[in-house]
Each structure stands twice: as structure tokens, then as C-alpha cells.
Ligand binder design. Structure first.
Ligand SMILES: [Zn+2]
Length: 334
């Protein structure tokens, strides 16, 4: 386990503090949203979050499919994730400005997937925030054939599916600092523990525990009532299940997932994701053991339990295939 020395983060925070917060006025490059963010507050805590819509990013939801949130302290604001377009990121920044006149000190990226990071552009261009991610987030760049979501290919796709909110001016903003396993940010008397939980949903999954509030931002490790995307090269469902156990061990009083509704009961929050992963692993595991080919196994599996959930059509078959490959590989390693 490697702990990034605290002085580095403190120094960066000091740099961030010397810059004044920027006033919110919608920049011309960001297409206006017709649907406002749905911002809610964790009861009794200075913690706010935006709830995304179910389903896959498209013009009906304007790309607003993920959750993001922020914590207000006396010394500045710490943000977790930045939403799926620069327009949405700017709307989040505008909401922050309504709740605090302190600078945004850090934006922590749960992982580098388009639905969580295109909003980073707004924070980079209109706030002094330092962007923090796990080391493997740096693999997310143009024309890299190894990372789980090909950055350039995804940006092209979104410039079509999410025009005008994602357009030729939209760019992927890399992290300013990264860490390996754990990192701690201290801001305004609060402790923000960043915990590497991957590779699970992606190579760079991290969760953020906020103390003393006991609020856990779980990123896409936890996704409620939605079929998660698992069809990436870096998906590791065995590690994903371990990361869900970590959520329980942290004993949070409130869990904000990457998608879907937050919950005050950690056990309940992780149930959907854990049951789904376990179900697909069991079905595909049986097929691998019996040397059943994937198409037959997929056809013969009863999916009725999950068919009605958002993103089933987009994600389920790919997920099953990815798990089939993962389990096949694990068998050869035995
Ligand atoms: Zn996501």
C-alpha cells in the first residue's frame, strides 16, 4: 500500500487557494441545458449531490445519466465526479456557487468514463480545482488501444449522440495528480479518504469517504436499479465483489452511488449491484464449466429478473460475454 505524502496535496491546495473563485456565467462553448440538475442534500450534512436519469446517454436526457456531488467546508469545496458533458459540469459548478463562496479545491474523478468526466472541462476552465484520480486514469487518452473505454472513439460517439452538449470544443481533461492505492485530502477540518477499489468496473475506480460526516461516494462500484456497464477490457467482477465488501466495512451512514438512488443503508445500497454480478457470474460460470458456447448459454439464461431495468438492452449481453471470458480465463489459470 502506498500513501502519497500529504505535503504534496497540501501544497497543491495552497496553489488552488490563491486563485479567486470564478463567477458563473454560461460560456458560449457550452450548449444550454433544457432540464435542470436534480440537486439534493444529504440530510443534516453539508453534502449535496446531483441525481442522473436512468438509461444510456442520449438527447432525451442530455447526457445527464450519472450522479456527482460535492462537500462544502469552511475552507473550500471538494467535488466528486463532474457529470457527462461540459454543460452539466458547469451547471454543477453553478449550483456549488449558490451554496458556497469558497473556492473549489479538488474534483475527484471516480473513474475515467465519459459519463463522469466530460464535465471536468468546466471545472478546469472556470474554477481553480485540482483534478485528482487514480494512476490508471492516465491510460485514458487518444488512440490508446489498451484501456477499457477507448477515449477518442467514445468522444466521437458522444459528439453525435449528445450534440450540441458534446461538440468539437469538448475535450477530455486529464487528472492533475494521481495516486496508487490510498490518498487523503484534508480540507476545512474534514477528511476525504480516497480508496482505490479497482480494477472492478474500470481500471481506475476510486471511492471517497467523507469524515466526520460518514458519507461515501462510491462511484460506479455501486449502481442502483440500473444494469451496470461491464463490457470493458479492465472489468474484473471478482474484484468488484470485493470492493462491494469494502463498502460495507467502511460502515458509511450514507452511500451515494455512481448511478441511481442514494441510501442511508449501505447493505441495501450494494444489494442490486452485488445480486446482478453474482447472478451473471453464476449463469456464465455454469456454461464455462459445461463447455457450453456463449450464444447458447446467453439464450438459455433466464433474464426476466433484469429485463425491465434501464440499460438492459444496451449493456446486458456485453456484460454476460465479458464475464464469460473472465471466468474462462480464470479456469485456465487454475
Ligand atoms: Zn457510469
Amino acid at each position: 500500500m502506498k500513501l502519497r505524502p500529504a505535503p504534496l496535496l497540501a501544497a497543491l491546495a495552497a496553489i488552488a487557494l490563491t486563485q479567486a473563485p470564478t463567477r458563473a456565467e454560461t460560456p458560449a462553448a457550452y450548449a444550454p441545458l433544457t432540464r435542470p440538475l436534480d440537486i439534493q442534500q444529504v440530510p443534516g450534512k453539508p453534502v449535496y449531490y446531483s441525481i442522473g436519469n436512468p438509461g444510456v446517454p442520449g438527447s432525451a436526457n442530455e447526457g445527464n445519466t450519472s450522479n456527482a456531488g460535492y462537500v462544502v467546508t469552511d475552507d473550500g469545496v471538494v467535488v466528486f465526479d463532474a457529470l457527462g458533458t461540459p454543460s452539466l459540469g458547469f451547471a454543477l459548478l453553478t449550483d456549488i456557487r449558490a451554496h458556497s463562496d469558497k473556492p473549489v479545491r479538488f474534483v475527484v474523478a471516480s473513474h475515467y468514463h465519459a459519463d463522469h468526466i466530460y464535465g471536468l472541462q468546466a471545472f478546469k476552465d472556470h474554477s481553480p480545482a485540482v483534478i485528482v484520480a487514480q494512476d490508471r486514469a492516465t491510460e485514458y487518452r487518444d488512440n490508446d488501444e489498451t484501456q477499457d473505454e477507448r477515449a477518442a472513439q467514445r468522444l466521437d460517439q458522444r459528439r453525435g449522440a449528445l450534440y450540441p452538449w458534446v461538440n468539437k470544443d469538448t475535450r477530455v481533461v486529464p487528472p492533475d495528480i494521481t495516486f496508487d492505492d490510498r490518498a487523503t485530502l484534508m480540507v476545512g477540518g474534514k477528511r476525504f479518504s480516497l480508496i482505490y477499489a479497482g480494477p472492478a468496473h474500470s481500471g481506475s475506480d476510486i471511492m471517497m469517504m467523507v469524515e466526520p460526516d460518514g458519507v461515501l461516494f462510491a462511484g460506479d462500484i455501486v449502481q442502483n436499479s440500473r444494469i451496470p456497464f461491464m463490457n470493458g477490457d479492465d472489468v474484473d467482477t471478482a474484484q468488484w465483489l470485493r470492493a462491494l465488501d469494502t463498502v460495507l466495512k467502511l460502515e458509511p451512514s450514507y452511500v451515494i452511488p455512481g448511478h441511481g438512488k442514494p441510501s442511508a443503508a449501505a447493505k441495501e445500497a450494494i444489494t442490486f449491484t452485488r445480486d446482478y454480478i453474482t447472478y451473471v457470474r453464476a449463469a456464465m460460470g455454469k456454461a464455462v464449466e459445461n463447455w457450453t458456447d456463449f450464444d447458447t448459454a446467453y439464450r438459455d439464461t433466464d433474464w426476466s429478473k433484469y429485463k425491465e431495468f434501464p440499460a438492459f438492452d444496451a449493456n446486458n449481453r456485453g456484460n454476460a460475454y465479458r464475464i464469460y471470458i473472465e471466468l474462462e480465463g480464470a479456469q485456465f489459470k487454475k
